[in-house]
Design a protein around this ligand. Structure first.
Ligand code: ADP
Ligand code: ZN
Length: 512
């Protein structure tokens, strides 16, 4: 560390030292090397370009996708005495900012990607020396990423026009495929990629299938003290759940983008000040919110991606004290996700498919959840963490291949148009009206499941939906999916994880 860098770190930012990979990233940038920094939220990405922006001669251009985020960072930068400004559609002081840039009176200039790539803007950038290009949220450049922005593709020609100016791409969220893509798209060499540790050892991960969501959430809220966030799937669901929780002893409020700004601000402020409030929110809540003592984050449905899950659950326990992350999922979440996949452009579908498969692995595994998360971010974790549901309570796993084949056969033989209720009736030999009317009591699969195997039908159908061996049609009927064949042919096994808590839950069900 050169002495002036240490001085800037202390005097301008007030930090006694670097954290994690910051030093590595800053050293590369100071040496003029192209770099991709992959650091989890809260790891201190901004410092990685702000410090060089002060230390190096010239102005650092920061590309950022959201005006709101840009203005937050601008305020923070100005607060520590960095000369920073932005050129966006909502800024009124363009003239002044441009004059300051030309006069060498700016350390940082924030711009949106579509602005940065315009011809007029390029000419403007040539009017004063540049120190660095910082590309924030760099995963937006990749069609593989979860947040592709076509405007980011326009950055490459701009960067190449200023080939001598170092470039630093930053992101918190990128799987292996997306990382490779960022390197290629932004012209950064492979050895320029620096990945920070993603583990959050104080967060305990628990994943459960939804059986009765409102009871699962009520149990959770009763058992978990401290402030908590519950992520619901829709705006309506946040309000409904907040209303039902608010009848208890703890305060519960809703947050989503459709609420009036005053309500949103008031609810957010109340949550930040509170020591035991529950915030029921859509994923619109949490970005940029600084509340280190959130004790739990629960997802009432499947998140959009592993990255999303990591980021949202990561809002728990920022203070380092023990915290919990819960995920309640249902097979219908996977069905919906697969349907949505076909609504995006063809080029983005492989990325979508990979995201759904990765989520399937996380929820279905009988092994360590943390290991799955960390491997997703390219780390090489130990096989067991000791702080997730599966490590603490290893579940029994059984081979359910036979039952799965019976299930798929029943779907096939009844014409691939019925839902789980009818399929179960046929397999268990229930002579319902529908079964008789359709003549399904006379087909070979009628009544071939009995005794204890009956209890496997629900979890088997869930597992088959998750792995795309069953797909629902638009009327809710089940059809065979692309992964059905290898199972029917006996080429692929279906093992089921049986949660150890089942017994206990059954008993308490009887009591209530
Ligand atoms: P990110 O953008 O990676 O989510 P930020 O840049 O917002 O993270 O930084 C997160 C927090 O960490 C900020 O409050 C910042 O002041 C603090 N921080 C960053 N670097 C250091 C450091 N070296 N020492 C102490 N605190 C730091
Ligand atoms: Zn574990």
């Amino acid at each position: 560390m050169s002495p002036d860098i240490g001085t800037i770190l202390k005097d301008s930012f007030g930090f006694p030292g670097f954290r994690g990979v910051q030093e590595q990233v800053v050293s590369r940038v100071m040496a003029g090397l192209r770099t991709l920094a992959i650091m989890p939220t809260g790891a201190g990405k901004s410092l990685c370009y702000q410090l060089p922006a002060i230390a190096l001669p010239g102005c650092c251009v920061v590309v950022s996708p959201l005006i709101a985020l840009m203005h937050d960072q601008l305020r923070a930068a100005n607060a520590v005495g960095i000369r920073a400004a932005s050129l966006t559609s909502v800024d009124a002081d363009w003239r002044e900012t441009q004059d300051r840039f030309r006069a060498g009176d700016l350390d940082l200039l924030y711009v949106a990607p579509e602005r940065a790539s315009g011809e007029g803007f390029r000419a403007f950038l040539r009017s004063a020396p540049l120190s660095l290009f910082a590309i924030d949220e760099a995963h937006c450049v990749s069609e593989w990423g979860h947040d592709f922005r076509p405007d980011y593709r326009l950055l490459r020609p701009l960067l190449d026009e200023f080939a001598d100016v170092p470039r630093l791409a930053l992101t918190a969220t990128a799987d292996a495929h997306t990382r490779e893509d960022i390197l290629v798209q932004l012209g950064i060499p492979h050895e320029g990629m620096i990945v920070a540790g993603f583990d959050r050892p104080n967060i305990r991960y628990t994943v459960q299938p939804r059986d009765s969501l409102s009871r699962q959430i009520a149990d959770l809220v009763a058992a978990q003290p401290g402030p908590g966030i519950i992520y619901a799937q829709t705006r309506a669901a946040t309000e409904k759940m907040a209303a039902s929780l608010a009848t208890g002893r703890r305060e519960a409020r809703a947050y989503h983008a459709g609420l009036p700004p005053e309500t949103r601000a008031a609810n957010q402020a109340a949550f930040i000040a509170s020591e035991d409030m529950i915030m029921v929110a859509t994923v619109a809540f949490g970005m940029g919110i600084d509340k280190p003592d959130v004790r739990f984050v629960a997802h009432a449905g499947l998140p959009k991606s592993i990255e999303g899950y990591y980021q949202e659950s990561g809002r728990a326990g920022r203070d380092g004290d023990p915290a919990e992350a819960f995920l309640f999922w249902g097979a219908d979440d996977f069905a919906r996700a697969r349907q949505r996949m076909f609504e995006v452009e063809a080029a983005r579908q492989p990325g979508e498919r990979a995201r759904i498969t990765a989520l399937g692995a996380l929820v279905e595994t009988g092994a360590c959840r943390r290991a799955i998360l960390l491997r997703h971010f390219g780390e090489n974790p130990p096989p067991s963490c000791g702080n997730c549901d599966n490590c603490l309570n290893p579940p029994a796993s059984i081979d359910a291949t036979e039952t799965a084949r019976k299930y798929l056969s029943a779907v096939y033989r009844t014409g691939q148009s019925f839902g789980t209720g009818h399929i179960e009736a046929v397999l268990t030999g229930a002579t319902t009206d529908k079964v008789r009317q359709r003549g399904h009591d006379r087909i070979s699969v009628f009544g071939i499941v009995e005794g204890e195997e009956t209890a496997l039908l629900r979890p088997v159908s869930r597992a088959l939906l998750v792995r795309d061996a069953l797909v629902p049609n638009e009327h809710g009927g089940l059809e065979l999916g692309p992964s059905a064949r290898p199972i029917l042919r006996g080429e692929e096994q279906v093992s089921l994880v049986l949660p150890p808590r089942r017994e206990r839950r059954r008993r308490s069900d009887k009591g209530s």
